[in-house]
Write a protein that binds this ligand. Sequence first.
Ligand SMILES: Cc1cc2nc3c(=O)[nH]c(=O)nc-3n(C[C@H](O)[C@H](O)[C@H](O)COP(=O)(O)O)c2cc1C
Length: 243
Amino acid sequence: MDVFEAMRDRRSIRKYLDLPVEWDKVGSVVDAGRIAPSSGNLQTWKFIVVRSAEKRKALAEASAQQYWMEQAPVHIVILGVLNKHERFFGQRGKDLYAVQDCAMAAMQMMLAAHALGLGSCFVSAINEERVGQIVLMRGGERPMGILTLGYAAEHPSMPLRYRIENVAYLEVDAGLAYVQGYAPGRIADFDDSVTNWRFAERGINYVRQAAEDIDKLTKEKRKGLFHKLVAKAKSKVTAKGKE
Ligand SMILES: Cc1cc2nc3c(=O)[nH]c(=O)nc-3n(C[C@H](O)[C@H](O)[C@H](O)COP(=O)(O)O)c2cc1C
């Protein structure tokens, strides 16, 4: 599966079929987390695979009673190991890098799951202390989230996303005409490319719609025309035959 296709079509799945997930697929998903980028390549994460129904129920309860999680046959609890981050990068390592590392791993696991035909959902509304107890956390770690995994029983479409011009800026954190002193007016290249892209998108839609309208409006007439042409051709053939 193409990476762009995987990114676009992956969805958070909250309804699962009552089917087990093949063990090799679980392994492949965890392996995708293992090879994710991490700060200083520390890789100080742990992925705890949970299959036990009892533990999954407890994890769902510890996740703000999100009972839908129970349906997923596999949970992967993602733990960040904090003390190594602190030793290498101080407070920032512990507070930020450890979280970012686990988020990177989670994203890779979700894409891998999708590429393998599985559904997943990253859940981070969790009671960290309780989750730690359920998986017998040894200490010095922080539960960052739980990835639910299984065969999807729903196929939601993509929840609304902002358009690119609402979230992407060039050089400075400001909108088009509001950059005082830096580039009064417009940030030409980038704005142009976004704008051109939008125009092209609109143009394509317009032409497609026009083609559909023309097709609809002329369908009946074209039908008549076609029959007329066939009749004309037939009469010519018959006339030739008679000659
Ligand atoms: C940091 C983070 C925390 C999330 N926590 C939860 C959660 O606790 N429960 C849940 O159902 N979904 C959770 N989600 C999933 C988001 O709701 C979901 O990604 C978002 O609505 C966009 O939908 P999509 O993933 O299908 O594109 C979380 C996602 C992220 C990135």
